[in-house]
Unconditional design. Structure first.
Length: 858
């Protein structure tokens, strides 16, 4: 009875405890997540992750007094944070904002991306006087707006509409973009925490004129008159660094001769036969009961497996020298067909061929006409934690070839197939060179590898190789990282990739195609690369086809290059769609037949982009961007030559986004300054080339200056009124034509023409109504001679035309129509100055208004 009563008391207590737990769980479940809390401090108006548009600001509010808090950013190039908790989004990327209160802290992960659903030509910053900004809404979206107050459902801009906001005193512009068919309530628009679709832009009027203040639009360099000196700001190659080769190829790297009389010949049997070290020739190797061949001395070894043409055997090779050697270890794979299946002593950093650091260098030779195969099968192994020494038994992820802290060269005209289910095909933790060899890397049955395809830490050189790689991670990469350089500054010149000759087919299902930490020199015979986002990753991911940290050079003589990142898109243009060619620094393209099909930008350089060589014929380079969000984008763009065609859903060319000026430039030399005038840090110069642009947004756009100095340029721009065939910066930016032939056609809503500094006559023609695609527009002189003719391929109402044959003080008749033999006379234009306008509401002169600024009377 006593036992029964005690048990009842115990059960009663348990019921009370259970009830308390249930109530606590319900309370935790029902409290709305309006902020992010950690260790006694909480951020009221943001979750632990938030997205911000480039150039926007957002002030974090915590549950402690503001003067007791400290804020910091992990990546000030992407996002900065002020003492009051105001976060400013600088450039695309990721950053962590830490809020500290005594010993407690909260961390907000910030992802910065381009504005979705609209463009804005002036973003947050300090301005000395009245400023204005124009918001253009993109097709398929609508944007709610508010100035310093709450949103109203009536304050909305619909698709293709634009609105200019003028600020004479400090103000905050709030924008909330949604798809056009999404219904929004006032409550949803003014939710307590930040929505990923919303953005705030703070315009501080009468702000600091401190010359060291990066947000000061008046402190961004001066503009000069056009001519040989052009522009005093950034240049497309101002701080360009030539690609680096750390350890050039020598004769021993190339030597693929096979002389079995000078080699130790080893055949691994299908059934393991133990060979002790003491019984091997010169006591140079041993074979274990698991068929693991261990090389103990430097020298040349010719290795094959029994019946390699038809049989796969369980076997591994390890180069593990008894003492450090100054000579090389050379492995001639004279027909091997090996698998790691059934082996139980594998660890995560083990390959079917593993080389340690005691040898001077390892050279693997693939004899011509011989096919070698290596396959890793998922096997249980022992893994040792390097920090604790704890040994655990788990699934190990062996690789094809692993070379630890010793240079690795693979040469010879034979072939090697590497199938790795969970690991990396070839991993070198030093320098990797592949010369003349044919190597295929993939997972099982056509699947990708579990990790990267081919990697070298300090350098990868691919010379006349033939590679076919399908990987889950990067297909080809250098693994040197920023942390390595911070710990050892002597590594700053490493992390380079050279591709010289050969044929390559690279594909990554969830990462980059080819990725160089530092420089990339790309001169293949043929190069095809594509990326996907199969796992639909949503943060901290990269799916670029061709990528480098400081420099990408595609030199004259490069062959066919095809890059495709369209599979990174989901539901149209996704936030995580990516570029085909991307560099954090500079890109120079001098040759090749290049076709790009991009999920995001076709080519993106944070600093400068130079296309074609000066004085080089257009036949040396063919560049086609067949699909993109923006065709080419860089802070500074110079086009010298080449046959170039661009198709984009937004801007065809865009000089914007990055600058090589400013603090904390880092490896890529990039500092984004979104608030700075759209005049100062950006320019686009066309010196030559045969260029065609088909753009859904602005055709050719510079957030600063735009110069046409030569070439043949055809722009079929937007059919919506929210963009223009040409666009350039505000305030004192210029658009000047001094050479070449150009037509730029598009809608009339945001059309602009060249400014008065031009030396070659140009006319902006605005028709009374839109003209159909294929309509001919001609400029005819007084003798009836057609001086210039244009035939846009899309509907248009406005067109800018200029060519070297036009003369000042001459009058030309403008004709248009679809029948070249029966055109309608529209009006006449007399070039009293180099820049003129004609037609409906065009005004007269096209630029050079009071004060020499960018006056646009239309």
């Amino acid at each position: 009875m006593t036992v029964f009563l005690e048990r009842r008391k115990f059960m009663g207590k348990m019921k009370k405890i259970s009830a308390v737990i249930i109530i606590m769980a319900l309370v935790c479940t029902c409290i709305p997540n309006y902020g992010y809390a950690a260790k006694g401090i909480s951020v009221k108006n943001a979750a632990n992750k938030m997205q911000m548009a480039i150039g926007s600001t957002y002030t974090l509010v915590a549950n402690k007094k503001a003067n007791k808090l400290t804020f910091s950013s992990s990546n000030s190039k992407v996002a900065t944070v002020a003492e009051d908790g105001t976060v400013t989004a600088r450039k695309k990327g990721n950053a962590k904002i830490t809020v500290k209160f005594k010993k407690a802290k909260a961390v907000i992960k910030v992802k910065v991306k381009k504005p979705v659903g609209y463009t804005i030509n002036r973003t947050s910053g300090n301005y000395p006087g009245t400023t204005e900004t124009t918001v253009k809404v993109k097709k398929g979206y609508k944007v709610y707006y508010a100035i310093g107050a709450k949103y109203k459902t009536s304050s909305v801009l619909n698709a293709n509409e634009s609105k200019t906001f003028i600020f004479s005193k400090t103000a905050k512009l709030k924008l909330f973009a949604v798809k056009k068919n999404v219904k929004m309530s006032v409550k949803k628009l003014n939710a307590a925490k930040k929505n990923d679709n919303s953005a705030e832009y703070t315009y501080t009027i009468g702000g600091s004129n401190d010359p060291n203040n990066p947000n000061n639009p008046n402190n961004q360099g001066s503009l000069v008159t056009p001519g040989p000196s052009q522009y005093t700001g950034d240049d497309s190659k101002a701080e360009y660094k030539d690609p680096i080769i750390n350890k050039p190829i020598d004769d021993t790297d190339k030597d693929a001769a096979v002389d079995l009389s000078k080699a130790t010949v080893i055949t691994l049997p299908q059934t393991p036969v133990v060979l002790e070290l003491a019984d091997s020739p010169n006591q140079s190797y041993e074979i274990s009961s698991k068929n693991k061949l261990t090389i103990r001395k430097a020298g040349t070894y010719a290795i094959s497996t029994e019946g390699y043409e038809t049989k796969t055997i369980m076997a591994r090779i390890e180069v593990k020298l008894d003492e450090a050697e100054t000579e090389d270890v050379r492995l001639i794979l004279n027909g091997v067909n090996m698998s790691s299946a059934g082996m139980s002593d594998l660890v995560e950093d083990t390959g079917i061929i593993t080389c340690n650091k005691r040898s001077n260098r390892v050279i693997i030779t693939l004899p011509e006409g011989i096919k070698n195969v290596m396959k890793d099968d998922k096997a249980t192994g022992f893994v040792v934690d390097e920090d604790t020494g704890e040994v655990t038994t788990e699934i190990a992820y062996p690789m094809g070839i692993l070379c630890k802290k010793v240079p690795l060269t693979i040469n010879g005209k034979g072939s090697l197939d590497i199938i790795t289910i969970n690991g990396t095909g070839i991993k070198a933790t030093e320098i990797l060179k592949i010369i003349d060899s044919t190597i295929n890397v993939s997972g099982n049955n056509g699947a990708p590898t579990g990790n990267n395809g081919i990697s070298g830490k300090y350098e990868v050189q691919l010379i006349n190789a033939n590679l076919n790689v399908y990987s889950n991670g990067d297909a080809v990469k250098t693994t040197l990282g920023k942390k390595d350089v911070e710990e050892d500054s002597s590594l700053a010149e490493y992390g380079n990739i050279t591709v010289d000759g050969g044929n390559y087919k690279l594909k990554s299902s969830n990462s980059d195609g080819i990725d160089a930490f530092n420089t990339l020199n790309l001169k293949p015979d043929s190069f095809e690369v594509s990326t996907e986002n199969k796992d639909k990753q949503t943060a901290d991911a990269s799916f670029k086809a061709i990528k480098a940290g400081t420099t990408i050079l595609i030199p004259e003589g490069a062959g066919t290059i095809i890059a495709d990142t369209t599979a990174t898109m989901t539901d149209g243009r996704s936030t995580y769609a990516d570029d085909t060619i991307h560099c954090d620094g500079y890109i120079e393209i001098l040759g090749g037949d290049i076709t790009l099909k991009a999920g995001d930008d076709g080519i993106h350089a944070d600093s400068g982009l130079s296309i074609g060589g000066q004085g080089q014929g257009n036949e040396k380079l063919k560049l086609s961007v067949t699909q993109s969000y923006e065709g080419i984008e860089a802070a500074d763009i110079t086009i010298n030559s080449g046959t170039i065609s661009i198709v984009s859903s937004d801007d065809g060319m865009n000089a914007a986004g990055g600058s090589n000026q400013g603090p904390d430039m880092g490896m890529g030399g990039d500092f984004f300054n979104p608030s700075v005038g759209s005049t100062a840090n950006y320019q686009l110069i066309i010196n030559g080339g045969d260029i065609t642009v088909n753009a859904g947004g602005d055709g050719i756009d510079s957030n600063g200056n735009l110069y046409f100095k030569g070439g043949d340029v055809k722009v079929d721009g937007p059919t919506n009124s929210g963009n223009g065939a040409l666009d350039y910066g505000d305030r004192n930016a210029v658009c000047e034509i001094s050479g070449g032939t150009i037509y730029a056609a598009g809608a009339s809503g945001m059309d602009v023409g060249p400014t008065n500094g031009s030396s070659q006559p140009a006319v902006k023609i605005r028709l009374n109504q839109s003209a159909a695609a294929g309509t001919i527009v001609q400029l005819v002189d007084s003798t009836g001679k057609v001086v210039m003719s244009a035939q846009p391929k899309k509907q248009f109402q406005s067109i800018v035309m200029s060519c070297e044959a036009l003369e000042l003080n001459k009058t030309y008749t403008i004709k248009y129509g679809t029948d070249a033999n029966n055109l309608t006379e529209f009006t006449t234009v007399t070039f009293s100055s180099a820049s003129m306008s004609a037609g409906n509401s065009s005004g007269g002169n096209m630029g050079g208004g009071p004060g020499g600024g960018n006056w646009r009377p239309w």
